[in-house]
Design a binder for this molecule. Structure first.
Ligand code: HEM
Ligand code: HEM
Length: 190
């Protein structure tokens, strides 16, 4: 994927890329919070698994949106990082973004899909269309599949927090326009 950065650079993300980023960020954070409440407030707020249904209905859209987003990303230029960032920091930032694509946008929803598959539970995308199971029912793998989804959900929750904090630090401390390049109607100076 490193070659993608050889595309010509622009001063701001394309409006469509911004729309995809913020739509998916809202879905992702919403799915995380609903998944958390579904598990940890089960008796009070999720007695009939309605929040589990909602979690799966929303979170399963991430895989489809990710496919569109990655196709867009491969074919469109993105803004260069500020020259004030060292080459090593720039590589780290790109690596972090690739990790978000690979783990937060692909591996995590896949792990949820796998968990529901081994548990023989349906996933209704947006409550409308049922996803086919990835594998047949496999109760012997239930605990493992659950653990993988929970570990990924928590570690990626931390990673997304770090990502948002880094964006805010760029804006408030470095004042280098990185956050502006992702905001609607705004761009990076220079
Ligand atoms: C196809 C997609 C997904 C499926 C089928 C799925 C499935 C599930 C299921 C069945 C649960 C347990 C709910 C319960 O016991 O009531 C759960 C929990 C959870 N999911 Fe997902 N999930 C998916 C994607 C995601 C995504 C994209 C995220 C992050 C944004 C996420 C974050 C969580 C979290 C934070 C929990 C609670 C974990 C805990 O603290 O135990 N899931 N998921
Ligand atoms: C309030 C929360 C968030 C803020 C403030 C934020 C901010 C930003 C900013 C400023 C960029 C551009 C960085 C640059 O040009 O170097 C960016 C890129 C990115 N963000 Fe976020 N983001 C947030 C939430 C999320 C979430 C929840 C996800 C996915 C789980 C996500 C995934 C990504 C990815 C994959 C990129 C790289 C885009 C690319 O270059 O292709 N972001 N974000």
């Amino acid at each position: 994927m490193a070659n993608l950065n050889k595309l010509p650079t622009v001063s701001s993300y394309h409006p469509a890329a911004k729309f995809q980023h913020w739509l998916m960020a809202a879905i992702w954070i919403g799915a995380w919070v609903i998944g958390f409440i579904a598990v940890h407030f089960r008796d009070e707020l999720n007695p009939h698994h309605q929040l589990t249904f909602l979690h799966k209905a929303i979170a399963s859209t991430v895989l489809f949106l990710s496919a569109v987003r990655i196709a867009w990303r491969i074919t469109h230029p993105l803004p260069a990082l500020p020259a004030t960032m060292s080459p090593a920091m720039q590589r780290a930032a790109h690596f972090g973004h690739y990790a978000l694509y690979a783990f937060a946008l692909i591996a995590l929803p896949l792990s949820g899909w796998m968990w529901s598959s081994v548990a023989d539970k349906p996933i209704m995308v947006l409550g409308l269309v049922q996803l086919p199971p990835l594998v047949g029912p496999a109760p012997q793998y239930y605990d493992l599949a659950k653990l993988v989804h929970q570990l990924l959900a928590w570690s990626l929750g931390m990673m997304v927090l770090g990502h948002a904090a880094a964006a805010l630090k760029h804006h408030l401390v470095h004042k280098d326009g990185v956050l502006l390049s992702m905001l609607p109607g705004r761009g990076r100076k220079g």
